[in-house]
Design a protein around this ligand. Structure first.
Ligand code: OGA
Ligand code: MN
Length: 237
C-alpha cells in the first residue's frame, strides 16, 4: 500500500519537530519547541537567553565573516540622526558592518531570522515585518553605554536579537551585556558574550549596556521591525 505523506512532509521533510526556512541548504532549521520557547518568553518575561540554538555550521560561517581579516568591513557606529560624532563616541565605541545576502554567512543568518520572524508572528500576532542586523566589533576597552534600542512611539524596532561569536570567553574577559529591569533599573542579567549565545528581548522594554572587555568582542545585533519605512541606515540604536 502506498504511504501517504502530509503536504508539510512532502515539502519540508519528515521531521515533525522542525519548521522550514527560506533557504534550500537545509542547515537553517529551528525546532517548533525552540520557537515556542522564544515566543512564550517574549510574551511573559520579555526576554530569553539561548545557547547554540543556531546550527554549528552557520555559527562557524558567521565567525569567519565577522573576523574576516582581508578587508576591514567595519565602520564607526552612529547613534541618532541628530548627534554629532563626539556625542556618539561618548555613548558607544564599537564599529559595525551591516549584513546582507552577498555571502553565505549573511544569507543563511537572514534566512534563519526570516524563519523566526514568520513563526513569531504566527504565535504572537506582533506583525513584525522585516529584520536588519549588523556585525559589531568592540576592541578592548570599547563599550556601549546604557540605552534602549527603541523608544515608544518613535521607532519601528520591536524585538532585538544579539548573537555572540567569541570562542573561549571567560568572566575575566569582561564585555558583559548588562540588562536592566524595565521599571526599577535593577540589574536583571549580566550576560557573557559567549560563542553561540543568542539573546532576544523586547526592544523598548529593557535598558542595556555593553561593559568594556579586555579582548576583541564580536557580535551580531539585529532588530525585527514593524515596517521598513526607515529611509537611512546610518543611525542604528
Ligand atoms: C546594540 C547592543 C549589545 C551587545 O548594538 O544595540 O546593545 O551585547 N548590543 O553587543
Ligand atoms: Mn542595544
Amino acid at each position: 500500500m502506498a504511504r501517504s505523506y502530509s503536504l508539510k512532509q512532502v515539502l519540508f521533510g519528515t521531521d515533525p519537530g522542525s519548521v522550514p526556512c527560506h533557504n534550500a541548504t537545509a542547515i537553517n532549521m529551528i525546532s517548533e519547541q525552540q520557537i515556542d520557547q522564544i515566543a512564550d518568553a517574549l510574551a511573559t518575561e520579555g526576554y530569553i537567553i539561548l545557547d547554540h540554538v543556531l546550527p554549528e555550521s552557520l555559527l562557524a560561517l558567521l565567525v569567519t565573516q565577522a573576523i574576516a581579516p582581508e578587508v576591514n568591513h567595519y565602520k564607526a557606529a552612529g547613534v541618532g540622526r541628530d548627534q554629532n560624532l563626539q556625542q556618539i563616541a561618548a555613548i558607544r565605541k564599537d564599529e559595525i558592518s551591516w549584513i546582507d545576502n552577498t555571502n553565505a554567512a549573511g544569507k543563511d543568518y537572514l534566512a534563519w531570522m526570516e524563519c523566526l520572524r514568520r513563526e513569531l508572528n504566527r504565535r504572537l500576532f506582533i506583525g513584525i515585518f522585516d529584520y536588519e542586523c549588523h556585525y559589531a566589533h568592540y576592541a578592548p576597552g570599547d563599550y556601549y553605554k546604557t540605552h534602549l534600542d527603541a523608544f515608544k512611539g518613535n521607532t519601528n524596532r520591536i524585538v532585538t536579537t544579539v548573537l555572540y561569536l567569541n570562542a573561549d570567553w571567560t568572566s575575566d574577559n569582561g564585555g558583559e551585556l548588562v540588562m536592566y529591569a524595565p521599571e526599577s533599573n535593577n540589574v536583571l542579567q549580566k550576560i557573557l558574550p559567549e560563542f553561540g549565545r543568542l539573546v532576544i528581548f523586547l526592544s523598548d522594554k529593557f535598558p542595556h549596556e555593553v561593559l568594556p572587555a579586555n579582548k576583541h568582542r564580536y557580535s551580531i545585533a539585529g532588530w525585527f521591525r514593524v515596517n521598513n519605512s526607515s529611509s537611512t541606515r546610518v543611525d542604528p540604536a
